[in-house]
Ligand binder design. Structure first.
Ligand SMILES: [Zn+2]
Length: 333
């Protein structure tokens, strides 16, 4: 009797193991298909597949992690979709070997690096070079600010740069401007605490009509940051379109409108503009001038600023793949 009992138990165990193994195997197949879909950029379909993989075998932490990662990517795609339809706001970075020729100043130029940042967060899509370049972790930014503040760099606003270029007002010996594009929520979560920690100034270029999209700053957050006096606000259109694709009326609305939106909330003049994707033409530059902006930043690489380039001020994109050493080299004269 006992032997039969043991035999039955053993049979059940083997059966159980068999089912478990087959379920695990099934979930692995689903996970593999989902991974493939992620690689092809089919995030929504991948999520369904990961959910199925979790359904057949709910105890796999790797599948749960993949699912959460895919959901994060999908949310980012929805929030930042516009940007990736056109191609991101990146910059072709010249190799370090040719920097000295780029940094050579003309008599009317001054050397003021305007750094360009986007997302300060852990990159949700490490496999993509575009994402790797646009995302810096808070730790990376912390190291850079620590370097700047301990090596004599002093952050200035773009208004201070404007006064130096047009009225010859004196600047600190190592001036630098920190600009952040698009007004992402991570500016409130990750950048603002560091600005306060190091007592440094920054400029944030806001897209003014993206209310409700969770990736972007709320007006309440903008007002809270503004009260610190550390941040100059710039306009970055109402909806972040590729301006050259629009009608002249729509271009004017995007440029003038974003200035008006910011001034309505902040109750002070908004003086600088940033071109979405760095895209511009003569009409766009003229409209920026006619709208009352004193300057505009571009995505043209460089740090030589002059009165002649006020509406196409060059910047240096801080790439998420920079080492601290490369960051230091690129901001040096
Ligand atoms: Zn932008």
């Amino acid at each position: 009797m006992k032997t039969i009992f043991n035999f039955v138990i053993m049979l059940l165990v083997i059966l159980g193991l068999g089912i478990t193994f087959s379920k695990y195997h099934q979930s692995s197949d689903l996970k593999k298909q989902a991974d493939l879909l992620m690689e092809q950029g089919k995030t929504q379909e991948a999520i369904i597949m990961y959910e199925q993989a979790r359904g057949v075998f709910p105890w796999r932490q790797d599948v749960v992690n993949d699912l959460e990662g895919a959901q994060l990517v999908l949310q980012s795609d929805l929030d930042y979709g516009q940007i990736y339809q056109i191609g991101a706001e990146t910059q072709i970075l010249p190799p370090l070997s040719i920097l000295p020729s780029i940094n050579k100043l003309q008599p009317n130029e001054i050397f003021v690096p305007i750094l360009m940042y986007h997302h300060i967060r852990v990159n949700p899509r490490p496999g993509s070079p575009v994402w790797a370049s646009l995302n810096l972790t808070p730790d990376q930014l912390n190291s850079q600010l620590q370097y700047l503040t301990s090596h004599g760099y002093q952050t200035i606003s773009l208004d201070e740069l404007y006064l130096a270029l047009t009225k010859n007002t004196p600047l600190p010996s190592l001036p630098i401007v920190l600009t952040f594009d698009d007004g992402y929520r991570t500016f409130y979560d990750s950048v603002f605490p560091l600005l306060k920690k190091y007592k440094v100034k920054a400029v944030e270029f806001v897209i003014t009509q993206v209310e409700g999209a969770p990736a972007y700053l709320t007006w309440d957050q903008i007002m809270e940051i503004d009260a610190s006096g550390l941040v100059q606000w710039g306009a970055h259109t109402r909806h972040h379109p590729n301006l050259p694709d629009l009608s002249t009326a729509a271009i004017t609305n995007e440029i003038k409108g974003s200035k008006a939106d910011l001034e309505l909330h902040l109750k002070k003049p908004i003086t600088w503009f940033a071109y979405p994707y760095g895209s511009y033409n003569n009409f766009i530059v003229q409209t920026v001038q006619d709208s009352g902006f004193v300057g505009a930043v571009s995505t043209i690489y460089g740090a030589a600023q002059s009165k002649d380039k006020l509406y196409l001020a060059p910047r240096i994109m801080v790439d998420g793949r920079f080492s601290l050493a490369e960051f230091i080299t690129r901001i040096q004269k």
